[in-house]
Every structure is written in C-alpha cells, then in structure tokens.
Design a binder for this molecule. Sequence first.
Ligand code: 5AD
Ligand code: SF4
Length: 493
Amino acid sequence: MQSSAKMADFALSLPSFFSMSHTEVAPKIIDESRQGEVLYFAEDKAINHSGLKQFYIESYGCQMNFSDSEIVASILSGNGYSPTRDLDEADLILLNTCSIREKAEETVRKRLKTINKVKLARPGSMIGILGCMAERLKKSLLEEEKLVDLVVGPDAYRDLPRLLHQVEEGDKGINVYLSREETYADISPVRLESNGITAFISIMRGCDNMCSFCVVPFTRGRERSRDPFTIVSEAEHLFEKGYREVTLLGQNVDSYKWQNPETSEVYSFARLLEMVSLVHPDLRIRFSTSHPKDMTDDVLHMMAKYDNICKYIHLPVQSGNSRILSLMNRTYDREWYIHRVESIRRIVPECAISSDIISGFCSETDEEHKDTLSMITWADYSMSYMFMYSERPGTLAARKYKDDIDEEVKKTRLNEIIALQNAVSKAHNLRDEGKIYRVLIEGDSRKSQDEFKGRNTQNKMVVFGKQDGYKPGDYVNVLIESSTSATLMGRIV
Ligand code: 5AD
Ligand code: SF4
C-alpha cells in the first residue's frame, strides 16, 4: 500500500481524514484514486453481450483485490455473464471489499445502502459481497441486515456459478471457505480497466505472518504459492499482447516457495524473479510487497543482475522503534531493518525504497514515535503509505493490547510523519533533476493530451512532452528538468 504525502483516505474520493497517504505509483497498496472503481473489460471489442446477463463490479482496497476482480470477471464471463459499467442495468452487482481498516468497511457499508435502493428499483437483481469483508461480516450482512444475496470469500470464486444458481432459486449464496491450496493458477484473468501496458500477476495468496495489527491472515487465510510455470506463461502471454511491465503480487513475496510435486525441486522468489525476467528483456518486472524479515540477498543479487528487474523495493517498516516492532510482531527490530537497507544500498545502489508506516500503535510514546520519524529520514524513502492505527477485531493486538493512543495524538503523529515524508520525497526527486531515465510510456498524463506519463525504474512517475513516433508501450530516455514531491517532469532526449 505509496507517495507524495497527499493526505487521503480509504475509499472513493472521500475528503482527507489522515488515515492514509498514497501516490499513484504504488503497485501494491491502496491507490486512493481507484477506490470503488468500476471495473470493465480492457478489450471490449470482441464481446458479444446479447443474451448474456450483466455484471457490475466495484473494487476496494489493495491491488490484490483488484487482481481478484479480474479472476472473478474471468469466471463470470465463462458462465453467461458480460460486464457493464452501468449499475442500473446490472443483473448482478458485486463489491470486492477490504477490511484492513475500519474506515474501509464503513465505506462499503454505506455503498451497500445506496446499492440496495437500485435493487428496490430493479427487483430480481442480485447483490454480492466478495473479498475480505465476506468472512468477517457474513452473518450480519446476510442475516441481520439482509443487505446482500451473495457472500463469497477470496478463496471461493470458482464456486460463483453454483452460488449464483442458488440465489436464482431463491436461496442465499454463501461460501467463505478459506483454502490451503487455491491459487487460481489455471485461471487466466480478464484484464479490467487496463492501460494495455502494465499488469499485475498474483504469485501467492494469504499470509502466515500474524503481524499483531493485521486482519489479512484472518480474511485471506494461509499463505500458498502459485506454480511458477503458470506465472511465466501468464507473463509471456501478456508480453505477446503488448504489455511491457508486470508486477508480481503477494502479501509477502520473499516467502514465495513452490515445490515441484514431481521432482521435489524448490523454487524460491529469487528463482521466480529470474524466470520471469528471462521472458523478454523488454518486459519490466516489479514486485510487491517485501517483508524485511524475509528479504534475502539472493533477491537483491538477482535485481542487480537483470536490467529489466526494476530498482525499487517496497519494504514496509511500520514503526522505527524496536519495542513497538516487537508488539507488532514484525519479528525484526530497528537494527535488523537498518541492516537490510544497508544491504540494498550495497548490492543495488540505485534502488529506491518505499514504506508503510502506522502512527499511534498501542502504547506508543512520543519518544518511540520520534524513532519512526528518524527512520524516514535515515532510510530516505522515495515515498510511504501512512496510516493511523485502526484496531481490527480478532487480531492479536485487539486481543492483547489496549488501543490507548488518543485519536488526536494519532492524527498529530500521522501529520508529522506525512510532513516529513513529503519533504524527504521532495528532496529525493530533486536529486533526480539533471539525470536521464529510461521511461516506459503508459499513456497520456492526467493533465494534458500533449504529455505522456510513465515510470522510471525506481517507480517514480515521470511526465514529459509527446514527440512524434512514440506511443504507449515504448521506452524513451527522458531528461528530468523539474520535480515535485510526487512527480518528475522532463523531456525526451
Ligand atoms: N491499522 C492501520 N494500518 C494498518 N495496516 C494494516 N493493518 C492496519 C491497521 N489495523 C497497514 C500496514 C500494512 C498496510 C497494508 O496497511 O501498514 O503494511
Ligand atoms: Fe498483514 Fe503483516 Fe501479512 Fe502484511 S505481512 S498482510 S501486514 S500480517
């Protein structure tokens, strides 16, 4: 979940409430501008909608959820449904939900109430909740509030056709079973709202880490890795279709581990990285998220070896203080983290590092908060995702510790973190002025059709004037002439 310290919140385009900050360059986490985005096929031309029922899907939360929506779209498309952008004409309305902070859940609940009005006007349409809220709230959504017809957890999407049939027969459809094996390895995701240049590939699911603040291990289940050969073939397929960048996604990519059932050969994340980087030198590889306790030098050496593995690591610190890190159950301390960053600097000197940071975790003192501030400066993050601690029911922290930091104090600390990160990002970008970067053109810039946007290897957004002969998907060299805390500006050279 990354950048200029724009203050923003979790969902839709709500006004800021200091619960997170992000930038549009983040591969992993919550891209605030995409919250509640209605996903639609990137390649609509070939679809014959006649005779098909229409589904409408809104996604919330992290990139993993957006990727899951592409799997859901693929399953539905093979089962008599076609996508629509129009809520009012949908036979099936799906919300792919997020539970990571309380605010995210509140947003979805509000949205459900609006959608229910649509349902009243259009009897016969079905409403479904997918994703992380499914497991947590199945009872209240389905039984008490009667807001939805369908509740499907992140490991049960293959069951959607059966569940839909059940709903059509007048029953409720529910499956929140969390699997130890499901990776959807064989399902080719339908690319939704894609720019046709950059895509995400899910390489693993779930998380075994049990950070004490985090609900993910409960909502997405145990960690499992996907067959590397299916990952490589997805990357090859994307390259053939014109994509030039893939981001390998997992809650903790460094613990990727797949054992060939026939040969017992073990595939680590470093090995997977190499396999994907060999698909084609013009296919860029990114990955997210790395956990400081698991990030190995092998991965760093692989990054240094291949030009097409981007020099950027999202390495969430969460807190700069060792006592808080221990309460968070992150299983590393400040010194360990510093050591990891030093290894990155030694092995991949040009690598940019970004972070996730939580303010006001249980019992955090002002002094301990200052350790987080000093870490931002020391680690020189290109950007960070910054959050106020939000207690989640059922987590280790909710059971063991008191959520005892006053909201105002959490907010003040978050503001300090954001202000400092902003300054650090700005200085980081200022140092890029005068440098030439190879940039992959992703499309028009947000502000002008006369400008392209794309990212450099360090995942920084670069905006530059168009020149004849260049199109999205091309690589260009851009001289950086100016910058803000979020963007580099320059010209093609
Ligand atoms: N409160 C605040 N932030 C949280 N995150 C995860 N759980 C919580 C919580 N309960 C943040 C962490 C994580 C990112 C995805 O979200 O920083 O890395
Ligand atoms: Fe949550 Fe920690 Fe797993 Fe990330 S590594 S998903 S923060 S438990």
